[in-house]
Design a binder for this molecule. Structure first.
Ligand code: NAP
Length: 294
């Protein structure tokens, strides 16, 4: 069997065009330009790249985009004061505070200050709770992207066994809730799970978000399963070249899977576009308008 490749890059490109078109419509019909503000504290090179790409994508699709860069020595009070100013700024509909934060700035304090209506990463307790209640408005970007890819490439997942490996607030927990809402039978695994390969072999949908290159082996995959690789790991080969690889041993898993996401070009391609979609949804909601149809 040879797996169908889940082409996140192609899907993301279509979604991006739809988000851009709806953004233009919002501007044309209501005079609203969706606005995204990013906040980066410190100089982590990977975070700098992520934030730059988010602002660049926002600008490219005609959104208002602002970036705030505070030094690694910034105090919690300074970060909170910036978040409060952005909460009050009418031209900003979405605020993204790039994690991780320096040790002196508590993530919880930032999330408790962030206006849930502008929380486009859906990390605040309010948005996490709304998701649990089945009333989510803004959903964490990477899990939202995964669900769109499953809908497109797998179709109806009701009754399927889904396994999510990893239980982060950013991905694993919201992904499990979304799979449950789509009527899958969901198992969550983590570092204390026993007999993980056996648990994995029962999954019709195997989602890996661990942060360890090639952790999920080919013989963990149930024949015909959909394998969703969320991992983004930078590895250096013997020849000194660096490459981005996922959490799944792709070549081995692709031999058994029915469908599989490549890394790069799979899930990762969806995340930024879903962030733009959330910014658009937030802008419409803050103007009291119904959610744009995308
Ligand atoms: P994280 O906060 O780094 O947590 C990793 C999770 O993996 C934890 O729940 C941990 O379990 C679990 N884990 C670690 N070792 C394990 C093991 N031996 N067996 C089973 N589970 C194990 O996770 P994250 O932030 O969700 O990131 C995970 C990966 O996804 C990273 O590579 C990250 O770069 C990537 N990612 C990609 C995107 C994207 O845009 N595509 C977005 C988000 C994340 P415990 O809870 O027990 O410690």
């Amino acid at each position: 069997m040879s797996a169908k490749i889940i082409d996140g890059k192609a899907f993301a490109s279509g979604l991006r065009a739809r988000v851009q078109a709806q953004g233009e419509r919002l501007r044309r019909e209501h005079g609203i330009v969706p606005g995204l503000a990013t906040v980066l504290v410190g100089a982590d090179p990977a975070s700098e790249v992520y934030v730059r790409n988010k602002n660049k994508t926002a600008e490219t699709i005609g959104f208002h985009s602002v970036s705030h860069h505070l030094p690694a020595s910034a105090s919690e009070a300074e970060v909170l004061s910036l978040v409060r100013a952005l909460n009050a700024d009418k031209s900003v509909h979405g605020i993204l505070v790039q994690m991780p934060l320096p040790a002196q700035v508590r993530e919880a304090a930032v999330l408790d200050t962030l206006d849930p209506a502008k929380d486009v990463d859906a990390l605040t307790p309010t948005n996490a709770g709304l998701l649990l209640s089945g009333r989510a408005h803004l959903v964490s970007c990477t899990p939202a992207g995964v669900m769109m890819l499953l809908k497109e490439y797998v179709g109806d997942i009701a009754g399927m066994d889904a396994l999510v490996i990893g239980r982060s607030l950013l991905f694993g927990k919201p992904a499990a809730q979304l799979l449950l809402a789509a009527n899958a039978t969901v198992t969550m695994a983590h570092s204390r799970t026993r007999d993980l390969p056996d648990v994995a072999r029962r999954a019709d949908i195997l989602v890996a978000a661990i942060g360890k290159p090639g952790f999920v082996k080919g013989d963990w995959v149930k024949p015909g399963a959909a394998v969703i690789d969320v991992g983004i790991n930078r590895v250096t080969a013997a020849d000194g070249k660096t490459a981005i690889v996922g959490d799944v041993d792709y070549d081995a898993a692709a031999k058994l899977a029915g469908a599989i996401t490549p890394v790069p070009g799979g899930v990762g391609a969806m995340t930024i576009v879903c962030l733009m979609r959330n910014t658009l949804l937030a802008a419409a909601a803050q103007a009291g308008l119904p959610p744009p149809n995308i």
